[in-house]
Design a protein around this ligand. Structure first.
Ligand code: C2E
Ligand code: MG
Ligand code: MG
Ligand code: MG
Length: 276
């Protein structure tokens, strides 16, 4: 049956991501072409302001519509892109498409913020600030509606360069979000110094926080820490109503997760919008 075959293919494919596997080179070539041929797709997941229940923005999440292997999640190809240098053209593709989609929504009067994920290698590219600032001039979307989600890893690798890049970007009004907070080498020194406006609690702490007391303590602590540093706090991986309510009582600002919506294609997202 077709489904079974797909699973089998998928397993082979996943193994192929190991760079010692003979499939690796094929995959690298395929990804390079996928970027050129627009086989990548962006999905968008809303960030909900829990106090007002309004949508404050969306996070753009890339997928690969592979002609043989089907729809592939980013964990199946972003690591390979990072190892091979394809992450730069991939990031440029994502930035262009996310900004273009943001511009369309703004023209339709949906004033949404667009969040884009950047790998450390992309973020620490000295050409990045000019690249992004140049791109922003091509799209009709105010810079303060653009958020870059970076991880603590971006700060650790080269703190001085990271600070320089952060300052250039934020001086133009671009917002910075610290993604997956709590899973990296969280240095409170960087957190204090960074000109970020938002911190996202990693979903590994959020999803089970009602069942796991330690997770709940970590979530509470990050919310307090973030607020004390003047940051908005986002919880990702909110899968049910009880967790959403609990996060609301803890004072978390924005919630993101399957309870509100899975990441959606731009068309599905537009259909989802007015009803909420
Ligand atoms: P992330 O930035 O932390 O994104 C959140 C991930 O959690 C997304 O997975 C999202 O679909 C998933 N998620 C959202 N709500 C829930 C929920 O309620 N429960 C659970 N279990 N999961 C939820 P996705 O789309 O597979 O992306 C995985 C990671 O890939 C992202 O993590 C991000 O680090 C990376 N990524 C995605 N798009 C890009 C991109 O354009 N560039 C780069 N460099 N990395 C990207
Ligand atoms: Mg993210
Ligand atoms: Mg995250
Ligand atoms: Mg993540």
């Amino acid at each position: 049956c077709a489904a079974k075959q797909d699973i089998k293919k998928y397993t082979i494919y996943s193994n192929g991501l190991d760079k010692h596997n003979p499939h690796h080179l094929t995959m690298v070539g395929e990804l390079r072409q996928a970027i050129e041929n627009d086989e990548l797709v962006l999905h968008f997941q809303p960030k909900i302001n829990i106090q007002t229940r309004s949508i404050s923005g969306v996070e753009a999440l890339v997928r690969w519509q592979h002609p043989e292997h089907g729809f592939l999640p980013p964990d199946d190809f972003i690591p390979m892109a990072e190892r091979t240098g394809l992450i730069k053209p991939l990031s440029i593709w994502v930035l262009n498409h996310a900004l273009s989609q943001g511009e369309k929504w703004h023209q339709q009067n949906f004033k949404l913020s667009i969040a884009i994920n950047l790998s450390p290698a992309t973020f620490l590219d000295p050409e990045l600030p000019n690249l992004i600032i140049g791109m922003l001039s091509l799209y009709d979307i105010p810079p303060n509606f653009v958020t870059l989600e970076i991880t603590e890893g971006s700060m650790i690798k080269n703190p001085d360069l990271a600070m320089e890049i952060l300052e250039r970007l934020t001086s133009k009004g671009i917002k910075i979000s610290i993604d997956d907070f709590g899973t990296g080498y969280s240095s409170l020194v960087y957190l204090k110094k960074m000109p970020a406006s938002e911190v996202k609690i990693d979903k590994s702490f959020v999803t089970d926080m009602l069942k796991n007391d330690n997770d709940a303590v970590i979530v509470k602590s990050i919310i307090d820490l973030g607020h004390n540093l003047g940051l908005k706090v986002v919880a990702e991986g909110v899968e049910d109503k009880q967790t959403a309510n609990y996060l609301k009582t803890l004072g978390c600002d924005l919630l993101q997760g399957y309870y509100f919506s899975k990441p959606l294609s731009s068309d599905d997202f537009l259909n989802w919008l007015p009803k909420n």
